[in-house]
Design a protein. Structure first.
Length: 466
């Protein structure tokens, strides 16, 4: 504990550019502990700056660890004495800086103060000057020979660190929904600089968009067929919720087509799509439209007998899935949102399939004997494959495209898809997404008998056709 108090005292004095006489040294594990504290402070700062609408990226954690390692190597290169103590003090200074920046942002938000256009440059300049002075104070503390050349040496260490970090293909641990990864590091920025500028995307007329939703949703509902008495009909609501990438709209269309072939989903589907090309033809995927769609379908179906299938494809976080339409909307649809809407409308028999990162969070609020819940990942891991050039995410490709064949149960398709996804993730050397599923016995039995009846009718129809 004595070592930690010595480091805290030294960091506080260095923060005001004062050297501290050294009375002892620090073991390596103390420097490691302060590195962990500094990483935690950086994580907290990034989460705060994203204003709570953040998605956690494990790749961002890798970047942060790499940046810390580079900074540590440079510090050790420019230090010749008490290296563990210097390293621990530098990490303590980094923790202090993160805390001060969060406090400054809080005060600015409370005062509703907006930084001037040159604010980022001014902030970087102030931080740079402060950091060089603080590190120079640390150098003067550990070795008298640095007393007259501590500032040039500290400036050299700072510039070397910044140069090495700038060359690192980095990304943040937490970033808000509006974060542009093309500006996250020098590599991406340089690539964009040399590329042909993309055509400007037309803005969304939010007022016109809102006024059109009622008519668009009514048109979708009118496509549904009336329920058939004595038959467990299946209705569907499909949601492609993220406008920034085409893969989600493509996956929605492909998934509904696969479901119609595999299970008797012949009563129709309501589509809610966030894409700039479809805002005049299809209702958007918003919380209001989702609730309205469930309400309309509940009024058509027999809620004791029929089944509602909800398929959602989007980016996800550990709080829910993103509903994003560029320039118009950016919110989270949580598992409790989905569960409460279904419960309010009395939807007992439901199939919920969520293709998104961290989608395992949907399991617990939705499981029941009359429910089937299938997710692309568990509650702690991302899923993969959501890039613009693809027609499917990894989960959508494996489950809907490759495994869900006519006559196959959802459970068999899920088991097969899980094996395929594991092979792809091992090939790409990415963390396992660990897809999750719950098959309620009552609904599974109802669905199996319906699939069996359809399979028995199909051969007879084929014979009559001859």
């Amino acid at each position: 504990m004595k070592n930690h108090w010595m480091i805290i005292a030294g960091a506080l004095r260095a923060a005001v550019w004062k050297a501290t006489p050294i009375r002892g040294s620090a073991p390596v594990h103390v420097a490691v502990m302060w590195a962990i504290v500094a990483i935690g402070a950086e994580l907290a700062q990034q989460y705060f700056e994203s204003r709570g609408s953040a998605y956690f990226s494990p790749y961002g954690l890798n970047s942060t660890l790499a940046i810390m390692a580079i900074a540590a190597a440079v510090v050790l290169l420019f230090t010749s004495a008490h290296r563990a103590l210097v390293l621990a003090t530098v990490f303590a200074l980094d923790t202090l800086l993160s805390s001060v920046e969060v406090a400054a942002d809080l005060l600015a938000a409370a005062a509703q103060w907006q930084a001037p256009p040159f604010g980022i440059v001014l902030r970087l300049l102030l931080v740079s000057v402060w950091w060089i002075g603080a590190f120079a104070a640390v150098l003067r503390s550990v070795d008298a020979q640095f007393r007259h050349r501590a500032v040039p040496r500290a400036a050299g260490a700072y510039l070397a660190s910044m140069a090495a970090i700038a060359l690192l293909p980095a990304s943040p641990m937490f970033a808000g929904n509006d974060f542009d990864y093309r500006a996250s590091n020098l590599w991406e920025w340089t690539r964009i600089w040399w590329e042909k500028p993309a055509e400007t995307t037309p803005g969304v007329d939010v007022a016109k968009l809102e006024l059109s939703q009622g008519a668009l949703l009514d048109a979708e509902i009118r496509k549904l067929l009336p329920e058939q008495k004595g038959t467990a009909d299946i209705y569907a609501i499909g949601i492609a919720a993220w406008s920034g990438q085409d893969v989600f709209a493509k996956e929605l269309n492909g998934a509904l087509a696969a479901l119609e072939k595999a299970i008797p989903m012949d009563r129709g589907a309501v589509r809610l799509v966030n894409h700039l090309d479809t805002t005049e033809q299809t209702p958007i995927a918003s919380r209001t439209n989702f609730a309205a769609a469930v309400h309309y379908v509940a009024g058509i179906m027999n809620r004791d007998e029929d089944v509602l299938l909800v398929f959602i494809t989007s980016h996800g976080s550990q709080t829910g899935v993103g509903l994003q339409l560029a320039g118009a909307m950016q919110v989270i649809l949580t598992p409790d949102d989905v569960a409460s809407v279904l419960a309010r409308e009395g939807i007992k028999n439901r199939i919920v399939i969520v293709s998104a990162c961290y989608s395992g969070i949907f399991l617990k609020p939705l499981v029941s004997p009359d429910s089937i819940v299938i997710t692309a990942a568990d509650a702690d891991n991302p899923s993969f494959g959501c890039s613009n050039e693809r027609d499917w995410t990894y989960f959508g490709d494996a489950f809907f495209n490759l495994s869900l064949k006519p006559g196959a149960s959802l459970e068999k398709a899920f088991d097969d898809a899980k094996l395929v996804i594991s092979e792809w993730e091992a090939r790409d050397k990415v963390p396992p997404s660990n897809p999750q599923a719950y098959f309620g016995p009552s609904l599974s039995e109802k669905l199996a008998s319906k699939i069996d009846r359809r399979a028995s009718v199909a051969p007879a129809a084929a014979v009559e056709g001859r």
